[in-house]
Design a protein around this ligand. Structure first.
Ligand code: GDP
Length: 304
């Protein structure tokens, strides 16, 4: 899906309320700001980020004495753009990988059901389309279905999947994957992990071990620790993001299922609160329904 189409619900159900809030008013006053606050909170931008945005607009109103409601959209757009954390882990206009990293290693974390496997499959597809040699590692050895699902995506996209039997040591799978990938001159390696948030110490140790073992094959790996979040769960996604950030260092986010949800505002809040860039967004179930996140494009789509 296209970004505009994918964000349609968020736009319609939420950001168009803004138009109603200012209808018939020429000046941004306390009432408009109250309405705006409610709109942002109910669109899953999150309370803290909403307060931040409202404060900035209040400051502007106090400074300029008069802010017309016609300007409000543009002000909001620029404030939201400023809050979105810049992606500095690579180009955002193309599926380009940093040259210094070979292979480029992405460790993928997230709880079950958020679209982790699908995102890995879509990433594999995009990188393959971009002419890269991709390897996948099935290090979520906790669930047999997880390994099967990764294999299905590997077959669909046409990239190798390195796996072991269920219950195997995830770090050992990661090690095997990196060794095979390196020996075969792979450009990018994407490793799935089990996201068992209910056992935080276990998860923390497991991820640490995987990272340590990776370095034995590729010294600066992982280059990216990607947390996958389900955007349609709104505040739950927020909570998961906080919990994962406490367990391991997250360097990028993929927010899935933005198609068909009105909770797209969650992208703004999570990016602001975590100070981690949203790098990818999921806009459907198909292989091609993953986009590199471009904050200007995203904000433009929301306010179009
Ligand atoms: P995992 O358990 O986290 O690995 O989740 P899966 O990758 O198996 O995805 C769970 C469900 O969400 C599947 O039915 C996917 O097709 C669906 N899904 C994943 N990403 C997206 C997305 O961006 N949009 C939509 N609409 N569905 C998605």
């Amino acid at each position: 899906e296209t970004l505009d189409k994918g964000l349609e619900k968020t736009k319609q159900n939420v950001f168009s309320k803004l138009a109603r809030a200012v209808a018939g008013k020429s000046k941004v006053d306390d009432e408009v700001l109250d309405d705006l606050e409610e709109i942002l909170v109910t669109s899953d931008v999150g309370v803290d980020t909403t307060i931040k945005i409202i404060h900035r607009i209040e400051e502007r109103v106090a400074r300029d004495k008069y802010v017309s409601t016609n300007e409000l959209n543009d002000i909001l757009k620029s404030e939201i753009t400023a809050l979105l954390t810049e992606n500095n882990t690579g180009s955002n206009s193309d599926w380009v990988l940093p040259e210094h990293a070979h292979p480029y290693v992405i460790l993928v974390v997230g709880v079950n059901g958020v679209g982790k496997t699908t995102t890995i499959g879509k990433l594999a597809y995009q990188f393959k389309q971009a002419g890269k040699k991709v390897y996948l590692g099935a290090a979520d050895t906790f669930r047999a279905a997880a390994v099967e699902q990764i294999q299905i995506w590997g077959d669909r996209v046409g990239v190798p999947v390195i796996k072991q039997q269920m219950g195997a040591d995830p770090a050992s799978v990661a090690f095997d994957t990196l060794q095979s990938a390196k020996a075969n001159g792979a450009d990018v390696v994407i490793i799935d992990t089990a996201g068992r948030l209910h056992n935080k110490i276990g998860l923390m140790n497991e991820l640490k071990k995987i990272k340590d073992v990776m370095k034995k094959v590729v010294p600066d790996a992982p280059h990216e620790v990607l947390l996958v979040l389900d955007g349609s769960t709104g505040q739950n996604a927020f909570e998961q993001a906080r919990q994962f950030a406490a367990v391991t260092q997250i360097t990028s986010l993929a927010i899935t299922k933005l198609d068909g949800t009105a909770k797209g505002g969650v992208v703004i809040g999570i990016s602001d609160q975590l100070k981690v860039p949203v790098k990818y967004i999921g806009l459907g179930e198909g292989m091609e329904d993953l986009q590199l996140f471009d904050k200007a494009q995203f904000v433009d789509s929301l306010f179009k």
